[in-house]
Design a protein around this ligand. Structure first.
Ligand code: AMP
Length: 589
């Protein structure tokens, strides 16, 4: 029997095992990441049984990072990045400096050399993009101001890592051999200038040329009407730009992909693009965690458990404390400071890369790299705990924040609303916004639940009570005071989440009227079954409205049946309208 290729083996065994262990973790109520990491440990070289190809796993993980950062970029405009720079730039610089100093101090205490301490300190100071992005996504913080700040923070950490990776080989002789081996100052300045110049050239090229050419190319493909070609074009853009960024401009794959996504984010296609790449992105992100798990040597834990604790404390306690204090000094809300502190309480891919370079340059020894890996895995495992803590401290933070700001919007965990006989609207998008306006005109007291804080800003300004958060989260519904409400309008498109909202609301209030939104017949049945009184199927309503128009606006009267009329030539479609293309799906242009 022919043997399967290493690629197929790792995909099949890795993903199947990750699925099984992820399910188990989910059933046990812990983060699925734990399951993915353990799957990696199981197929790794340090545990008995099947050993997957490690180099291959790392390459697959890189694809995961590219797709992930591309997706993040699609939700993030240049404007968003500029909006957070005043806080993210000084904050990140200070945090990386102080966290590195703490790591270096620890290394010196352990009797390591200064150069080893420097590299070690840097590895402890930069967080994993993948872990933070997943956490933001899970907590639905991607579209919030603090989510944007976290992304800005990561981008600057990424740039710092790129600079360190380029400068370290030049500085290595000086670090190892003292002043006698110092590279000439002009040489150092030249290397620095070239590195920065390449980053600037890449960003400028993308902003000037890419910003026009890439959306135009994608619009062109979208107009052809083939969904398959559109998906392929997206993959080509994400992977291609990341590859060119790293090969020609020395920018990391992650940063390259992020910038590619960002230049597309202002195009009308970005939402569609984000949805198209989602399934692939999720699968490859799982492979990232498997590849991290594979690097882990469980024996490190047993050999030197005590020596792990101190660096872990730097990552899990000292860095978050620095982030928290820095953001408080920079006058950010306590909620923002807590969220970023939790998000940055882990290290990952950048730390492995830095540690490996340190070993290659002879600055760090191999056991130190194992230590960094062990700390990284433990910190990734502990990271959900940090977010749990944010959930617990959240109400306290919100109370203090609102005392300062008098904000009308509050987080899900804040005290329950005091509204009575009110209408709760879940989702303030294209549908929810119209519903809210209508209900207000009818004189209803309205409360809105929405995940995006930028989206609800206008509501907040109008003094309408708003809860920021995922409505499927029980704490959010409790905060909306569902038992006292008379009407619940679930105006979100995702049927599974809508189902969770409907079921919980029905359990909390048997008499409330629940109106839900759906896009498929199966979703209508699902939502009805869970307790919705009325389910509006969007597509059916569109069809009815179209027929109504055909009947009332264009009706030719009995003497001239519709099909006998000469059809008017259809004028060319302006941009920004929706066309149903002759394929398996509609593409919005
Ligand atoms: P649209 O499809 O344009 O009506 O937008 C749906 C809106 O619902 C968006 O603004 C989303 O941010 C919001 N949304 C989606 N899921 C949830 C959820 N689980 N909880 C609260 N808001 C949500």
């Amino acid at each position: 029997m022919p043997h399967a290729s290493p690629l197929i083996t790792i995909l099949v065994i890795g993903l199947t095992l990750a699925f099984g262990l992820g399910m188990l973790a989910n059933r046990l109520g812990i983060s699925v990441l734990v399951g993915y990491l353990l799957a990696g440990v199981a197929v790794g070289p340090f545990t008995p049984g099947f050993v997957a190809d490690q180099a291959l796993a790392l390459q697959l993980a890189d694809i995961g990072v590219i797709l992930l950062m591309f997706g993040v970029g699609l939700h993030f405009s240049v404007k968003d990045l500029l909006a957070v720079r005043a806080v993210a730039l000084p904050g990140t610089l200070l945090q990386v400096l102080l966290s590195s100093a703490a790591g270096m101090g620890l290394a010196l205490l352990m009797g390591w050399t200064i150069q080893a301490g420097l590299v070690f300190g840097l590895t402890l100071s930069v967080a994993s993009t993948v872990v933070l992005m997943r956490a933001l996504d899970e907590q639905r913080l991607m579209e919030t101001e603090r989510g944007h700040l976290a992304i800005g923070w990561l981008v600057i950490q990424d740039l710092i890592t790129v600079l360190v990776l380029v400068l370290l080989p030049t500085l290595a002789p000086l670090l190892k051999g003292g002043a006698a081996h110092a590279p000439a100052l002009p040489h150092l300045a030249w290397t620095l200038a070239i590195t920065l110049g390449k980053v600037v050239a890449f960003v400028a090229l993308m902003l000037v040329v890419g910003r026009r050419a890439l959306p135009a190319a994608l619009h062109y493909v979208a107009r052809i009407g083939s969904r398959e070609l559109f998906r392929l074009a997206l993959l080509a853009v994400a992977l291609g730009v990341a590859f060119v960024a790293s090969e020609l401009f020395g920018v990391s794959l992650a940063l390259g992909a992020f910038v590619a996504g960002m230049v597309l984010s202002e195009s009308a296609l970005s939402q569609h693009a984000a949805e198209e790449t989602l399934p692939l992105r999720d699968a490859f992100a799982v492979l990232f965690f498997i590849s991290v798990g594979m690097l882990f040597e469980p024996a490190t834990l047993l050999r030197q458990p005590a020596s792990l604790l101190a660096p872990l404390a730097i990552v899990f306690i000292v860095t978050p404390a620095i982030v928290f204090a820095t953001l408080c000094v920079l006058r950010q809300s306590l909620r923002t400071a807590l969220t970023l502190a939790a998000g940055l309480s882990q290290i990952g891919e950048f730390s492995f890369i830095l540690a490996t370079l340190g070993v290659d340059l002879g600055l760090l020894d191999a056991p130190a790299r194992s230590l960094v890996l062990a700390v990284s895995i433990l910190s990734i495992l502990l990271n959900p705990l940090a977010f749990l803590l944010v959930g617990l401290l959240g109400p306290w933070a919100d109370r203090l924040d609102s005392r300062h700001e008098g904000a009308a919007a509050h987080e899900a965990t804040a005290a329950a609303s005091t509204l009575d006989a009110h209408a709760v609207v879940v989702g303030y998008g294209r549908v929810g916004a119209l519903v809210v306006d209508g209900l207000l005109r009818q004189g209803w007291p309205v409360l809105v639940i929405e995940t995006g804080d930028v989206t609800v800003k206008p509501l907040r300004e109008r003094g309408i009570e708003t809860i920021l958060g995922n409505a499927a989260d029980p704490a959010t519904l409790t905060a909306a005071n569902i038992p006292a409400a008379r009407l619940l309008v679930v105006a979100i498109p995702e049927a599974f989440e809508a189902g969770q909202v409907v079921a919980q609301a029905r359990a909390a209030n048997p008499t409330i009227t629940i109106i839900a939104r759906a896009h498929f017949d199966s979703a209508v049945d699902h939502l009805r079954h869970l307790g919705a009184n009325v389910v509006i199927m969007g597509e059916r309503e569109i069809a009815h409205a179209m027929l109504d128009h055909a009947e009332h606006d264009l009706s030719p009267g009995p003497a001239m049946p519709l099909r006998a009329t000469t059809p008017e030539p259809i004028p060319p479609q302006p941009r920004g309208t929706t066309r149903v293309l002759p394929t398996d799906g509609a593409i919005r242009i």
